[in-house]
Design a protein around this ligand. Structure first.
Ligand SMILES: [Zn+2]
Length: 255
């Protein structure tokens, strides 16, 4: 059984004390593949160091996170572009729109999202979408960029069944994490209506730890709790869900 954490910020300062141990703990449980979303240029070096330490297990993405789209976003997009030109990445992410924290840079967020989608298409890469309080805004950009080269993952999906179906219509898989274990998380109620071939697993660590760790630091080993919950939702064995979601991740990332 090989599990894939399609979204984990293992380079985060939250892991400075025990990064290798956290990775070893996950690997001991079968979580062998870690896909690492970018945030902004200040983390690029830490991401590359992480890759050097675990070259067979760590797969990097490149992108500018919507909450980090600020006055300097042009320079940040330049960095994304230069990095994509320089070396292999497995996705452009995480990118998107976040109106939960701050609406000041909505226009710039939309612009950065669109330009990064075009970069992904240029390099034939999937996108990994971050969407918070911004489904309409995200769908609007996707609608105008929709074509055969647009595909990827709707990370930390927390919308309705209707929004889930809409995401699938843009060639997106749904990234499911700790929220599915929350009592008020809601998505567990309808997820079984979305075929498993559209689902990938993620932790989004160090954020959004699943029950029974809710509120604590999340780590990739806790992907097992997400797996168990999904097995219950779909009425399948954990092994079937693990294998299928890893296959789905291979289909998206090409590795
Ligand atoms: Zn993230």
């Amino acid at each position: 059984m090989i599990l894939t954490d399609t979204h984990t910020h293992l380079y985060s300062e939250a892991f400075d004390e025990d990064r290798s141990e956290a990775i070893e703990r996950a690997m001991a449980l079968g979580v062998q593949r870690f896909f690492i979303p970018a945030i902004d240029s200040t983390y690029t070096e830490a991401m590359c160091d992480l890759e050097k330490s675990f070259p067979n297990n760590i797969f990097l993405m490149m992108g500018l996170h919507p909450t980090h789209v600020k006055e300097n976003y042009e320079a940040e997009l330049q960095h994304v572009e230069e990095m994509l030109e320089q070396r292999k990445f497995y996705a452009v992410g995480e990118i998107g729109i976040d109106l939960f924290w701050d609406k000041t840079f909505l226009k710039e967020q939309q612009e950065a999202f669109r330009r990064q989608i075009r970069l992904a298409k240029k390099y034939k890469l999937p996108i990994v979408i971050h969407c918070r309080d911004a489904f309409d805004e995200v769908f609007k950009v996707l609608e105008s960029e929709k074509d055969d080269d647009l595909y990827g993952i709707f990370h930390c999906f927390t919308g309705t069944l209707e929004q889930a179906k809409k995401a699938l219509s843009y060639n997106m898989k749904l990234g499911i994490g700790g929220v599915v274990t929350f009592k008020n998380g809601k998505i567990d109620k309808f997820l079984a209506e979305i075929p498993l071939k559209h689902i990938v697993l993620e932790t989004d660590s160090p954020y959004l730890a699943p029950v029974p760790y809710r509120g604590k630091r999340n780590e990739s080993a806790y992907l097992m709790n997400v797996l168990e919950k999904l097995a219950e939702v779909y009425g399948e064995s954990a092994e079937v869900v693990a294998n299928m979601t890893t296959e789905n991740s291979k289909q998206i990332f090409g590795i």
